[in-house]
Design a protein around this ligand. Structure first.
Ligand code: PLP
Length: 222
């Protein structure tokens, strides 16, 4: 099993995904060498959880200029400027405070940060994100963040949730996105759902994910 190459793993996993699902290779545990192998196997979306790591790897891979960079980890305000400059998508917009910060940076840098609203649909003290009630209350304020392009919701299930509950949680995320989309917002789009990791991505795809974020299953145990 461990003799399978990165390219073989990618081909095998990709074959199980519907064409509507975009595969983000989460490269947070690997070096630019493995990322280049993944790129050569057709990957163009990479996910990193730390701004500094992405900055270093982007420099090493600067000859590969058609990579789309995704931030998937919690973002601190003091790294937000760099994040806006490095990443094409920020999946971890997890509070009104960071949304406001990204909005200001978008105005200042004349760009439109593309963000996902990270939601927490299950109590989980380890995770950041909006609880449903709070998000519904904050939507008008988010809709006033004029420079942001809000693409959809991002969700991470708590560790150890069984598969029935995990599927229910992903379906709840899709329903919440549907509810939000049915309201009249000028800036908030709910086109995308960022959900599904190595352990649970088939359930996420079943529930309507449009971006899956896979690390371990593509790169192996490193
Ligand atoms: C690490 C991470 C992933 C990838 O996890 P794997 O289990 O390695 O597939 C996906 N999403 C987020 C937010 C992560 O932090």
């Amino acid at each position: 099993m461990s003799s399978e190459s990165i390219a073989e793993r990618i081909a095998r996993i990709r074959a199980t995904l519907p064409p509507t699902v975009r595969l983000i290779a989460v490269s947070k545990y690997v070096s630019a060498v493995e990322m280049r192998a993944a790129y050569n196997a057709g990957i163009r979306d990479f996910g990193e959880s730390r701004v500094q790591d992405a900055e270093a790897k982007k420099a090493e891979l600067q000859d590969l200029d058609d990579i789309t960079w995704h931030l998937i980890g919690h973002l601190q305000s003091n790294k937000a400027r760099k994040a806006v400059q490095i990443f094409d998508f920020i999946h971890s917009c997890d509070s009104l405070k960071i949304a406001h910060k990204l909005d200001l940076l978008g105005k200042e840098l004349s760009c439109q940060p593309r963000v996902f609203i990270q939601v927490k649909l299950w109590p989980d003290p380890q995770k950041h994100g909006w609880e449903m009630g709070q998000l519904l209350a904050d939507l008008p304020e988010l809709d006033r963040c004029g420079s942001l392009r809000i693409e959809g919701l991002m969700v991470i299930p708590p560790l150890g949730l069984d598969s029935g509950k995990t599927l229910a949680l992903f379906e709840q995320a899709r329903e919440l996105a549907g509810t939000i989309a049915s309201q009249k917002w000028s800036r908030i789009s709910m086109q995308h759902l960022s959900m599904g990791m190595s352990e649970d991505y088939p359930l996420a795809v079943q529930a309507g994910a449009t971006f899956v974020r896979l690390g371990q299953i593509l790169f192996g145990d490193v």
